[in-house]
Design a binder for this molecule. Structure first.
Ligand code: HEC
Length: 209
């Protein structure tokens, strides 16, 4: 899932104003859970998908599970409350994924998603104002379009057309993808360089296109 996208300039141009309404680890966990849930849904509902892309999604899910136990622990520490037996639940998820039991895999994730919901109040509803439209176009054209506008479908994990992708899923899931799918580069730290307001602008813009 780790991808080094050179969007260093974003930091200089737009500034970083992380608005952490929700604890950082809980937010990351909540987003990971929603994306994994969505990826499992895509795998289960599109049996005709190219085997190349199936492998890409399976690898992504495995990657997500490999960091999940520690993420749950960190989120519980942040909440000062042990909500989950992290080892047990990740063991179950790994077992279901290995056995290609996407039904049980998804159900287990749904339980976790209820426990760790993603707070999207800084981002949704994504209303497109003229200022946001301008900002989103600038960011998108400068930093996203080159990879995402014309996806190369001959790789395992293509960069998708974001406008089309948003229309295939709940907005909350897309927001989760924006939270964990965009990375900075090693010189800026690997965190997402986009602020919540920038994510909101982009989501509103993709939604309106
Ligand atoms: C250098 C090429 C490149 C650039 C630039 C880039 N991306 Fe991506 N992006 C990718 C690739 C490749 C993936 C798929 C990664 C994967 O499947 O693990 C991806 C994944 C994503 C995802 C997650 C999609 C999903 O299915 O979960 C989102 C959201 C996203 N990018 C948004 C953006 C935005 C917004 C920008 C601009 C600020 C951007 N990306 C810039 C290549 C790029």
């Amino acid at each position: 899932m780790i991808k080094f996208v050179t969007i260093f300039g974003l930091i200089l141009l737009f500034g970083v104003t992380p608005c952490l309404a929700q604890g950082e680890h809980i937010r990351r966990l909540a987003a990971e859970l929603l994306v994994a849930h969505g990826d499992a849904r895509v795998l289960a509902s599109q049996p005709q998908m190219k085997s190349l892309h199936k492998k890409g999604l399976n690898d992504r899910l495995r990657g997500s599970l490999s960091g999940l136990e520690i993420l749950i622990r960190l989120a519980d520490e942040e909440a000062r409350e042990r909500r989950t037996d992290a080892q047990l639940v990740v063991g179950r998820l790994t077992f279901f994924l290995r056995g290609n039991n996407l039904d049980e895999f998804t159900k287990t994730l749904s339980g976790l998603i209820k426990r760790y919901p993603l707070a999207t109040n800084n981002i949704l509803p994504a209303i497109l104002t003229p200022a946001r439209s301008k900002q989103a176009i600038e960011i998108h054209q400068e930093y996203c379009a080159a990879c995402h506008n014309e996806p190369d479908n001959n790789v395992e994990r293509p960069a998708k057309n974001l406008t089309l992708q948003l229309k295939t899923m709940a907005q909350t899931e897309f927001v989760a993808r924006m939270i964990i799918g965009v990375r900075g580069d090693p010189s800026t730290g690997l965190g997402n360089p986009l602020s919540d307001e920038e994510i909101a602008a982009l989501v509103a813009y993709y939604q309106a296109r």
